[in-house]
Design a protein around this ligand. Structure first.
Ligand SMILES: C[S@@+](CC[C@H](N)C(=O)[O-])C[C@H]1O[C@@H](n2cnc3c(N)ncnc32)[C@H](O)[C@@H]1O
Length: 258
């Protein structure tokens, strides 16, 4: 333990010697911020909850600004802003969805946007892995539940989408209704996204849409096979691709119309 501390002091001394005091303290502040970030979020979550509950936005731009930047990006979507903005406007031009399912919710930004775009009686379902890896702590459950407005119902399933028990749970919630908007953004491997499509795609009704995030070609180390699946299936449907920049190496939303 003592050796470890001595080692750290030496390392700090070397950094100060090489790069100066200002560099050292700015790096230290950065590290501390990231260390404390989860607790800061925990502390501010009641404020965010209040804002989310009262949320009324005058335009899509205002909603997107809140989602991406509000409260230091606490619910920022893992999306390219222009793309998700186009997707939200597209949903806004259709009849408001009454049943929505998102697979892969992470920080909740897209779930928020989907709830805001949905009918006031909508059922909004999210499936994401349980919190054992700390990705989705309890305070987020409270926050995401508050995304519901009007008589909307939000169901948060902390489960692996590939388990048959999960699809059964989704069917139970659907109670014979069909999904209007399915947003697939969970396991991005070829096998993973294919399973999500095959397991949940049939629950989308005629006239509904299935959206895939990350259809852009990714670098091999990302192990993302969404583009492969997308290219295999898209021609079987009427489809639309939202890709902000043809040279981007992530993102891209592919939509099929059932
Ligand atoms: C890229 S993030 C989703 C981002 C989110 N849709 C957004 O745009 O902000 C992927 C999420 O999928 C979840 N995920 C990965 N594999 C999954 C699985 N088999 N079942 C459910 N969720 C999964 C991860 O826990 C992670 O939160």
């Amino acid at each position: 333990m003592k050796l470890e501390v001595v080692g750290k002091i030496k390392k700090a001394g070397n950094i100060i010697g090489e790069k100066g005091l200002f560099y050292f303290f700015s790096k230290l502040a950065e590290k501390l911020f990231f260390l404390l970030k989860p607790s800061i979020f925990y502390i501010i979550s009641p404020l965010v909850l209040m804002k989310v509950k009262k949320a009324s936005f005058r335009s899509n731009e205002e909603t997107l600004e809140f989602v991406f930047n509000g409260f230091w990006g606490i619910i920022a979507p893992l999306q390219i802003k222009e793309e998700i903005s186009q997707f939200v406007s597209l949903i806004g031009k259709r009849e408001k969805p009454r049943v929505v399912l998102e697979i892969g919710t992470a920080r909740g930004g897209v779930l928020f946007l989907l709830a805001k775009s949905a009918h006031e009686n909508a059922v909004v379902i999210s499936v994401d892995l349980p919190s054992s890896d700390n990705k989705y702590p309890g305070w987020r459950t409270r926050l995401y539940s508050a995304f519901a407005s009007g008589r909307q119902k939000i169901h948060l399933l902390k489960a692996d989408s590939h388990q048959s028990s999960t699809v059964e749970e989704v069917k139970k919630i659907l109670n014979n209704r069909q999904i209007d908007v399915l947003f697939i953004d969970g396991d991005h491997t070829y096998g993973g996204v294919k399973k999500d499509f095959e397991m949940y795609g049939p629950l989308v009704g005629s006239g509904g849409i299935i959206a895939f995030h990350d259809i852009a070609v990714h670098p091999p180390e990302a192990n993302c096979g969404v583009d492969k699946l997308w290219n295999e299936i898209k021609n079987n449907f009427k489809y639309l691709e939202i890709i902000n920049d043809k040279n981007q190496d992530w993102g891209g939303i592919g939509i099929i119309y059932k």
